[in-house]
Design a protein around this ligand. Structure first.
Ligand code: IMP
Ligand code: MG
Length: 175
């Protein structure tokens, strides 16, 4: 598959994703059986994974969506990430964040920090994909779909320059 100017090959097939989604959902159904978690999916990348996994979640739950906006901060000259669209009161809630991929782990760390400061009683992360760079991030991610090598992937929600989110399989950049 060619996306813009780069060639990609099939990497994780839709059948493998479906199986993984079901097994992750089973764990959540068991772990949260006496609770009523609030799922918060991080847009845009996690929209497909979130829809699929939530169809398999059988416990009472709330579902919401946020975006992470990045902007350059003049003073720190770093890339600052800000959560937008969080309308729910998450105080005392059992929050489960749904992510598409954790790469360096910077995005998810920022989100975790923010949710904890808002008084959630627990915050866990479910991510479909995880790359090895995030090893030194100090959070333990309880629900991980696939640990993948440090190569660019697209499809099933993940994009390259806004493209290729709309596939059933996940593709990896060809060497
Ligand atoms: P992190 O802050 O480095 O963990 O970056 C996480 C974000 O980077 C993800 O939510 C994606 O939007 C993006 N990202 C990281 N790796 C990939 C990839 O291989 N394909 C598409 N997007 C990626
Ligand atoms: Mg993302």
């Amino acid at each position: 598959m060619v996306v813009k100017d780069k060639a990609f090959k099939k990497f994780i097939l839709k059948e493998e994703i479906e199986k993984k989604v079901k097994s992750l959902a089973r764990k959540i159904n068991a772990d949260y059986k006496d609770k009523r978690p609030l799922f918060i999916a991080i847009l845009n990348g996690s929209f497909m994974f979130a829809a699929d996994i939530l169809k398999e979640v059988k416990i009472d739950c709330e579902i919401s969506f946020v975006k992470v906006a990045s902007y350059e901060d003049m003073e720190s000259s770093g890339n600052v990430k800000q959560l937008i669209g969080l309308n729910e009161n998450i105080f005392n809630k059992d929050v489960i964040i749904i992510e598409d991929i954790i790469d360096t782990g910077r995005t998810i760390s920022k989100i975790l920090e923010e949710f904890k400061s808002l008084g959630a009683s627990s915050v866990e992360v479910i991510t479909l994909l995880k790359k090895p760079k995030s090893k030194n991030v100090e959070a333990n991610f309880k629900y991980i779909g696939f640990e993948i090598p440090d190569k660019f992937v697209v499809g099933y929600g993940l994009d390259y320059d806004g493209l290729a989110r709309n596939t059933k399989d996940i593709y990896q950049l060809k060497d």
